[in-house]
Design a protein. Sequence first.
Length: 409
Amino acid sequence: MLSRTATGRGGEAVAALALLLALVAAPTSLSAAPTTEATAAAATTPAITVGVLRFTGPSSDALDLRHRIADEARRRDYNVVGISLEIDQYTAKLACEVRDDACLARLAASIRRQHPAIKFLVYGKVAPPDLDEPTWVTIFDVDAGAPVEVIVASPNSDDLLLPLVLPRRVVSGIDRAVHPPGPLTAEELALLAELEENNQRPPSPPLWVHLYPHRPPPEPPPPPSIEPDLRRDFPEWCRIETRRQERAQGRTPTPAPAPYCKNGPYWGYFRPRTWVAFSLAAAGLVATSVAYGLGGAAHRRYRDARGALADSGLVNTAPTDAEAYTALASAVVDAGEEARVRLLAGDLSLAATTLALGVFAVVVRRDRVLAKRYIREMKYRRYILTSTRLRLAPSLTPTGGGAGLSIRF
């Protein structure tokens, strides 16, 4: 429920504002209520029938809003007829869409045939809370074949007043459609003109103009430079001791994003997880280098064995060369298998190292982002503390004395 309070220069402005709020309330205000004249006219008018369709949306919330609107309408002496269809289902039976004017005319004609006593139709959609989608309720005049009013609200899970106010707002819209307010009187128009005149007056000058009329206006302080630079800001915000040493001394450890002074402006931002990722990447590089080195040495022995077999001139078909040829061929096979295994190990190590380097790069990037956020926050805190001025001055008056305290941000 939305409410607004305003004060004028005197009691007349307050009374005028209260009168205007009661007579010319905005159609979308959820706090509107039926006027006394409308209530008196309704008491002497035969009861009007209102049809309430099922609301689109979550079943529990839609059913609750439908029941609340029906109960509020009955409380204000309306006859309520429940229609067990949603507006989309009803228009689907008519083979049209509710946004079309021709569809609205067909809807009104269908309502007149099936429910001749219904004068107004209420339908809408209930949105889930805490979303950007609004809840809307439409009041449809069956005789005119057009909507009277569309009421829109933003549901919130913490709003306990909306389920109580929205049904009253809907029924108040029906009241205004049945008994529209009369035109403004001359007195009300005069009060409205006075309020408009007060709103057009220039605002009062600030206090310093009255106290120091001959001084120029004070210049606003320059905005603080809190954007971090990891290399330039490192000496100012790094920690001298390790967190283990701080815990041993009984102090609260410095937050993790704070760099370590001894490691320098690059390595100082490394956190324990960063060192773990760096160690894995370095171990992978060493393992890859060793595997490829051993594979290269085995491949050279394989080439030497092949050369020795080719230079021997032995033939595998000669019976006299069978034993010597078998020995040289076995050496070639053993050397080739050894080279293949070692080079395969090098390939696997290279793949694992590439993965470890990727993880290391992501962790380093994350650490630097957290460090920038930490330095920016610390700079902002320092600016707040240094820009706040506390002044205490004595105050002397003819009847006594005292002290004045001022705080400037």
